[in-house]
Structures are given as structure tokens and as C-alpha cells.
Write a protein that binds this ligand. Structure first.
Ligand SMILES: *Cc1c(COP(=O)(O)O)cnc(C)c1O
Length: 391
């Protein structure tokens, strides 16, 4: 069966160029980058090139990039690392209620260890108000963490404005850029961020590798205590092949970003517009323009997202309801709940995340099958029959 992959926010397929670039590092270029002879130097050089490539996507210095095992580690590292190293200043952290669990759960852990966390709420579009951030800052605030774009609803947050406030108040600022790195432009200096998390598998690179950007001079405790790797911030022999793949993916993303944005936005907007036209009682979740180029998140009332996913899968379409990490639990998404989406609509949420391999025909196919799936499932809903009879 032909499969149409529309879940690029969960993970992306590796690009052939990335795999090609990695292969020698599984074979003849197997060295440990901490050794001094030929193989070690070869591996070290590969790490240096990858570091340059990754840094250049966000206008950072190569020395400000620490390679990690991915987005979750980078988020944990940024938040716990800054918390442990700056406790003398205070024990207060500001974040939002729509963050990825990689941020929310390290914050919950720190709360059990004597830190205080403020979870800011968002408006109906999922937007954080920079003035709320400003008002929440206290003398003992040591870190602000607000994601660059939300992985479920695609809302792009006003990071530049928040960064200005953080800088003015002298508070460290972290952003989870896992959904934006390589997808929309990022300049760490323009955004005034001190720490920024990235994961390679969200930009057509390998799984299990990512990085944390750490602005020069930031006080942060190491994440792993071991050898001298990664500037003594993360002991452990580097994942050379993975990092090489990450570097290649970053380079390609930088080159092609502008064109890919121009290609995806019309596809995204057509899918949104036509779903809303074709399916009654459906709504868009998130903002119409402050939105990731590939993100479509809609709620279809009187049906469960999960049931639609199963039906879509039978037609060869891979999509998501809420986020992949929570979709095994039948609870409405914490993001939609924070945005004030009513439970009936939150249960019927569907996310399509478009990527490089999607064409206009893929969108046509979704539009061809989705209305029928919704209608069939709704036929079993007494609430839907009631609503229809009222009209
Ligand atoms: C996927 C994702 C993560 C987790 O990244 P992993 O590399 O899978 O650990 C963190 N934050 C956001 C916003 C994500 O989309």
C-alpha cells in the first residue's frame, strides 16, 4: 500500500545524503575523537565540521554547541544545569504550560528538590504574552524557558520579545527549538537566547543525537560527569557517526530552508482551508500565520482523534492526535487544554505535519478520504445526531 507520511513533527526519515555522510564513520573511520593518532584526529575533525555546520544555522560560535543525545537531554541539561549552577541567585523558574514534557517533567522534578516553578498560561492561539513573562520575574528568578514553536499546534512564540525582557532583567533564557531548528530562521543573537535545544531526528537526521547551544559565559552545571568531552560539560565518547549526520542535516536544512518554507505554507493552508470547508463542526487549533510551515492541527467534533487515526492508517495515511508522547493516554492534550479548547473539541484533534517528501497529491488524497472517515464515525455518535436534528 502507498503510505503517506504526515507526522514529521514526531520524527522525519533520514535523507540519503545524511546516511551517505555517516556510513564511513561506522566502518573505516571508527576512531575515538579523544585519541591522538590518525583515527582519533579523523573523528575529531568530523566533530569540528559538524559543530561548525550546526552553529552556522543559528548564528552561534562552534564553541557554543554541546552535542547531546537529543531534544529531551538538551532540555533537561539546560534547565537542571542552570538550576544547579545558579541556586545562590535564587530558586525560581518561569516556563509555560504548553511546553514539551521534556521541559515540564524536569521542572516537576526540580519542584520536588526545592525549586519553585511558575507555569504561564497562553491565549486561545497558544501564544505566550511577553508581558506575563515580565510580570512573573522575581528577584530570585534564575531561568525563563519558553519553547520557540509548539510541537502540537505549531504556534510560533514571541521569543525575540521575551528575550529582550530576559536580557533587560538579567535572567537566563532557554528555548526549546526542536520544532524550528532547520525549519524557520533562527539567530540566537537576535532572539537574545542563552540556551537553545535541538534534536537531529526532527530535521531529517539520525535519532539519538542533538545539541544544546550554550551562550559563552552562561553558568551551567555539567550534564554527565565523566571525561573531558564536550568542554567537560558532557563526559562520554562522542556519537561520531550520529553527530556527522546531524551536521549534514543541518547544512542541507540551512541551504533549502527558504524554498521549503515557500513550498510548504501553501500546502498547509490549502489543507486547513479545505478541511474546514468540507467537514462541518471542525475548527483550526493554533494561529493562522504565526504557525510552523508544515503544521496543521484541527479538531473535528463528535469523533475521537484516535478513531480517526486508525481509519486514516487503514487508508495509508500516518498522522497524529495530540503529540506522539501522549497519544497512548486517552486524555485531552495539555496544550489544547491550556489554550482553552473545550474537551469535546480537544478529543477530536488531529495533527498533520508536512515535510520534504509531501506533494500536493498527498494533500488531495487526505481531502478525499478524511471527510468520509469523519462522517462514518459520527454516524455512531448520538450527540452528533442530536445536533443535526436541531438544525
Ligand atoms: C521531539 C521533541 C522533543 C524531544 O526530542 P527527542 O530528540 O525526541 O528527545 C523535545 N521538544 C520538542 C518541542 C519536540 O518536538
Amino acid at each position: 500500500m502507498k503510505r503517506i507520511y504526515l507526522d514529521h513533527a514526531a520524527t522525519t526519515p533520514m535523507r540519503p545524503e545524511v546516511i551517505e555522510e555517516m556510513l564511513p564513520y561506522f566502518r573505516e573511520k571508527f576512531g575515538n575523537a579523544s585519541t591522538l593518532y590518525f583515527y582519533g584526529r579523523q573523528a575529531k575533525e568530523a566533530l569540528n565540521l559538524a559543530r561548525e555546520r550546526v552553529a552556522s544555522v543559528i548564528n552561534a560560535e562552534a564553541s557554543e554547541i554541546v552535542f547531546t543525545s537529543g531534544g529531551t537531554e538538551s532540555d533537561n541539561f539546560a534547565i537542571a544545569g542552570v538550576a544547579w549552577a545558579n541556586q545562590k541567585k535564587g530558586r525560581h523558574i518561569i516556563t509555560t504550560s504548553i511546553e514539551h514534557h521534556a521541559v515540564l517533567n524536569i521542572c516537576k522534578f526540580l519542584e520536588k528538590r526545592g525549586f519553585e516553578v511558575t507555569y504561564l498560561t497562553v491565549d486561545g492561539y497558544g501564544l505566550v504574552n511577553p508581558q506575563d513573562v515580565k510580570r512573573a520575574i522575581r528577584k530570585d528568578t534564575l531561568l525563563i524557558s519558553v519553547m520557540h514553536a509548539n510541537n502540537e499546534v505549531g504556534t510560533i512564540e514571541p521569543i525575540e520579545e521575551i528575550g529582550e525582557i530576559a536580557k533587560e532583567k538579567g535572567v537566563y533564557f532557554h528555548t526549546d527549538a526542536v520544532q524550528t531548528f532547520g525549519h524557520i530562521p533562527i539567530d540566537v543573537n537576535k532572539l537574545n537566547v542563552d540556551l537553545l535545544s535541538v534534536s537531529a531526528h526532527k530535521l531529517y537526521g539520525p535519532k539519538g543525537v542533538g545539541c544544546l547551544y550554550i551562550r559563552k559565559g552562561t553558568r551551567i552545571a555539567p550534564f554527565l560527569y565523566g571525561g573531558d568531552q564536550e568542554d567537560k560539560r558532557r563526559g562520554s565518547t562522542e556519537n561520531v557517526a550520529g553527530i556527522v549526520g546531524f551536521g549534514k542535516a543541518a547544512e542541507l536544512a540551512k541551504e533549502e530552508m527558504e524554498e521549503e518554507i515557500k513550498r510548504l505554507i501553501p500546502l498547509r493552508d490549502r489543507l486547513i482551508k479545505q478541511i474546514l470547508e468540507k467537514i462541518k463542526y471542525s475548527r483550526l487549533n493554533g494561529h493562522s500565520t504565526k504557525r510552523l510551515p508544515g503544521n496543521v492541527n484541527i479538531s473535528i467534533e463528535f469523533v475521537e482523534g484516535e478513531s480517526m487515526l486508525i481509519q486514516l492508517d487503514m487508508k495509508g495515511i500516518c498522522a497524529s492526535s495530540g503529540s506522539a508522547c501522549t497519544s497512548s493516554i486517552l486524555e485531552p492534550s495539555h496544550v489544547l487544554t491550556a489554550m482553552g479548547v473545550p474537551a469535546e473539541a480537544a478529543y477530536g484533534s488531529l495533527r498533520f505535519s508536512l515535510g520534504r517528501d509531501n506533494s500536493s497529491e498527498d494533500i488531495d488524497y487526505v481531502l478525499e478520504v478524511l471527510p468520509g472517515i469523519a462522517e462514518n464515525l459520527r454516524a455512531m455518535s448520538p450527540l452528533y445526531q442530536e445536533r443535526k436534528n436541531k438544525e
